[in-house]
Design a protein around this ligand. Structure first.
Ligand SMILES: Nc1ncnc2c1ncn2[C@@H]1O[C@H](COP(=O)(O)OP(=O)(O)O)[C@@H](O)[C@H]1O
Ligand SMILES: NC(=O)OP(=O)(O)O
Length: 318
């Protein structure tokens, strides 16, 4: 049996500029064409994905169309809605590519709740950017209309709304995901970081937040006993001195080396830093390897291990 791999897809794998369903479905078809290479390699895939742009857009659509009798849905429900829509597009795209390749395999989305702590300090300090980029004037107007919302400048690209992003502590549907994998089915799980819930006696109560999908994917990978966590984004490697003349790509790197680079602020918070932290958490918890690479480098990774591969100690491949 092949390696059990959790693959986390970055936002760019789904939405770039055109937020129409057709454009996102087209992007996911290209993504599926890459992901199927793992299946052809004999690996057992578990797919996760982000939802930052989509869930923010959905909230805006909800607000624009809401009435007293037909109210806008809260953020936890909006996260569930994006798990459904993106999961549908992903399943549909994977079905098509698998059929074209003559591979008989089912892909199924699991609406996934992810437990967070009610006391997580993140609830008091929104940090997760969602929805579209705005000019300063647009953000100021949106703040005037929604005084409770927080808007921040996002890495020089414009202003975005930010929401709380608590850390995942458990994945409620872990056993369902394990059963699907055991049955040879490819699950799509913890989409958009999972629906944030807090435990209260026999109840799980939804909370208005968006969990970082890299941390949720790491938690799921740990809980299902994955052999590897692969985080796919727009760059083929993690770099030190990123975007500077002396930029250096990291290929085989140890946890200790990455921790040193974190101390030097080498990784941007909200973009590369959570990926590096999730990779470190996975390697520390399991002793297995984590990988950060680009979606269009899957072939390179599968064929010759290119990308940034994080292990406990360099030289030891798990
Ligand atoms: N040190 C670094 N090495 C590589 N990429 C970095 C680094 N610091 C920041 N980045 C940026 O982080 C991006 C990945 O974060 P992001 O776009 O938020 O991911 P996602 O693919 O999950 O949406 C890369 O495409 C790159 O532009
Ligand atoms: N939930 C989440 O982390 O989404 P993005 O990766 O799209 O920001």
């Amino acid at each position: 049996m092949g390696r059990k791999i959790v693959v986390a897809l970055g936002g760019n794998a789904i939405l770039s500029k055109d937020a129409s369903a057709a454009a996102q479905q087209k992007a996911l078809l290209e993504t599926a064409e890459q992901l199927v290479k793992f299946i052809e390699n004999g690996d057992q895939l578990i797919i996760s994905h982000g939802n930052g742009p989509q869930v923010g857009n959905l909230l805006l659509q909800q607000a624009a169309g809401s009435t007293e009798d037909n109210p806008a849905m809260p953020l936890d429900t909006a996260v569930a809605m994006t798990q459904g829509s993106i999961g549908y597009w992903m399943q549909n795209a994977m079905n098509r590519v698998l059929k074209e390749k003559g591979i008989k395999k089912t892909v199924a989305t699991v609406v996934t709740q992810v437990e967070v702590s009610a006391d997580d300090p993140a609830f008091e300090k929104p940090t997760k950017p969602i929805g579209p980029f705005m000019s300063k004037a647009e953000a100021d107007l949106a703040k005037k209309e929604n005084p409770d919302f927080t808007f921040v400048e996002d890495a020089g690209r414009g202003y975005r709304r930010v929401v709380p992003s608590p850390k995942p502590i458990g994945v409620v549907e872990t056993d369902a995901v394990k059963s699907l994998v055991d049955a040879g089915i490819v699950p799509i799980s913890v989409g958009g970081g999972g629906i944030p819930v807090v435990s209260n006696g026999n109840q799980l109560l939804g909370r208005e937040a968006v969990i970082d999908k890299d941390f949720a994917s790491e938690k799921l990978a740990e809980l299902v006993g994955a052999d590897a966590l692969i985080i796919l984004t727009a760059v083929p490697n993690i770099y030190v001195n990123f975007n500077q003349p002396d930029q250096k790509k990291l290929e085989q790197v140890s946890v200790a080396e990455l921790e040193t680079y974190i101390g030097q602020n080498q990784f941007a918070p909200g973009s590369m830093l959570p990926k590096v932290e999730a990779a470190i958490d996975f390697v520390k918890a399991t002793g297995n390897q984590a990988v950060v690479t680009a979606l269009d480098n899957i072939e390179g990774f599968v064929q010759n291990g290119s990308g940034t591969v994080i292990t406990e100690k360099v030289g030891i491949r798990n």
